[in-house]
Design a protein around this ligand. Structure first.
Ligand code: ATP
Length: 234
């Protein structure tokens, strides 16, 4: 479904991704793991067209997407739920959800998708007239995921959805991600919570200093000595 091939990405003169290649197949959950600064968020930003690769290609559903503008990427069915949620804090929950469904099919189906989002997150329904900035961290994360779903994505990219959440809520977030995946949405996940995410994913890639250094199934990587030492503290 998504095929990233040998991309090099820069911030100005600073190269942060080097020949990065990976794929995500339809219906999979794929995880990118790596230390702070390894380049995980940069990969997601590049797929969603906030950055342009200097070399390499990105294909989605058999089509090149690496030179399309960000709004076209969303229309192709890719949504990016960014790190730190990036909600509109002065807007209500409902208005934030509407912002996820401004165009095309997502706009036409807005009301039924919103019902679906509220069924997944009853807390958001209870707080639909409350402003985003007044929600708890966990509720804000739910709203960020809900806003992503409003665009009717085929592929949802989530950047550290568990960041800053209490352990009990972290499990809730991963359960929701699994549920969304079972409902047919392919998932590309960036996470620091390596043990839990490797336990739930189909496949994972390990990124080090902007390069993919390991790949395998979640189980394979959980057993890998390098992964154990670097991420699991074993
Ligand atoms: P983290 O979990 O800390 O976000 P990450 O693996 O997602 O880590 P990136 O945010 O992709 O890492 O950053 C990769 C590299 O690019 C780092 O060296 C970082 O300092 C640098 N970088 C990130 N954003 C910018 C920017 N806007 N301008 C310049 N350099 C940047």
């Amino acid at each position: 479904m998504l095929n990233v091939s040998e991309i090099n990405v820069f911030y100005g003169d600073l190269q942060v991704l080097w020949d990065v290649s990976f794929e995500v197949k339809e219906k999979e959950i794929v995880v990118l793991v790596g230390a702070n600064g390894a380049g995980k968020s940069t990969i997601l930003r590049t797929i969603s067209a906030l950055l342009t690769p200097k070399k390499g290609s990105i294909e989605f559903d058999g089509r090149r997407i690496d030179h399309l503008p960000a709004n076209k990427i969303i229309e192709h069915g890719i949504v990016h739920v960014p790190e730190a949620r990036r909600l509109f804090p002065e807007m209500t929950v409902e208005e934030n959800l509407i912002m996820g469904s401004l165009y095309g099919e997502a706009k036409r189906k807005r009301s039924e998708t919103m019902d679906y989002v509220y069924s997944l997150f009853p807390r958001l329904k209870e707080r639909k007239k409350q402003t985003g900035g007044t929600l708890s961290g966990g509720e804000q994360q739910m709203l960020a995921v809900g806003r992503g779903l409003m665009s009717l994505p085929k592929l949802m990219m989530l950047d550290e959805p568990s960041l800053g959440l209490a352990p009990l809520l972290v499990q809730d977030v991963f359960n929701i991600v699994k549920h969304i995946n079972e409902a047919g949405v392919t998932i590309l996940l960036v996470e620091q919570n390596v043990r839990q995410t490797l336990g739930m994913c189909n496949r994972a890639y390990v990124l080090e200093n902007g390069r993919i250094v390991l790949q395998g199934t979640g189980c394979e990587l959980l057993e890998n000595e390098q992964v154990k030492e670097a991420f699991l503290g074993i």
